[in-house]
Design a protein around this ligand. Structure first.
Ligand SMILES: [Zn+2]
Ligand SMILES: [Zn+2]
Length: 203
């Protein structure tokens, strides 16, 4: 489970994760998408919490394990076992789990760009889920940024049914190209709107 937020131990400034989920559309080729995105074309992005030094905020970073981890996961689901990475399969139909893990493996074999911070698509970050992150808060002499946990009561309806979910959706190289807005369970599709990383300013 991810921390609810992070806070500086010295000044108490809090940093919230702006997003909790993101998706890949591995076969997105940059062309216009004709109509809504079928659920079968999108896959959860495995993520780790990190500090983005460019955006100066807590963010999600793609968690891209070595090819070996994907091959092992594929071997496991083929043998009928559940895996947690690259996606959790214990609630899934075994056939579906095999197809999904195979899709991640195919993607991993062609992925070239290193893991991106999903706030801006850049790579100037430091992971926060390590034993001793000791990330110094830039404004403070002695402060380090630590996780904070809150037991939340999530009692809303499923994302994308009463209000737009706005889950980011990325291509296979991690480039943001849209936001998933409304989920249509009957047709198994997501509506989406085009989106892109914010332009980077050097100041
Ligand atoms: Zn501080
Ligand atoms: Zn960033």
């Amino acid at each position: 489970m991810f921390p609810t937020s992070y806070a500086c131990t010295c000044c108490g400034e809090r940093f919230r994760l702006a997003q909790r989920a993101a998706y890949y559309c591995f076969d997105f080729d940059g062309g216009p998408i004709d109509g809504p995105l079928p659920l079968a074309r999108i896959f959860p992005v495995p993520v780790r919490p990190a500090w983005c030094k460019d955006c100066a905020e807590v963010c999600l970073v793609e968690d891209i394990a070595p090819v070996r981890a994907f091959e092992n996961a594929f071997g496991a689901v083929r043998a009928g076992r559940a895996v947690e990475y690259p996606l959790e399969t214990d609630q899934r139909d075994p056939e579906e789990a095999r197809e999904d893990v195979a899709a991640y493996l195919r993607w991993r074999l062609t992925r070239r760009h290193p893991a991106r911070a999903l706030c801006c698509g850049r790579t100037n970050f430091q992971f926060l889920d390590v034993a001793q992150p000791l990330l110094k808060h830039a404004e403070c002499d002695f402060g380090v940024i630590e996780p904070r946990y809150t037991i939340g009561s999530f009692n809303g309806s499923a994302p994308g049914t009463r209000s737009p979910a706005n889950f980011p959706v990325h291509d296979g190289e991690g480039v943001l190209f849209g936001l998933l807005t409304w989920l249509h369970r009957d047709s198994g599709t997501w509506d989406f709107v085009p989106a892109a990383y914010p332009p980077f300013s050097e100041d």
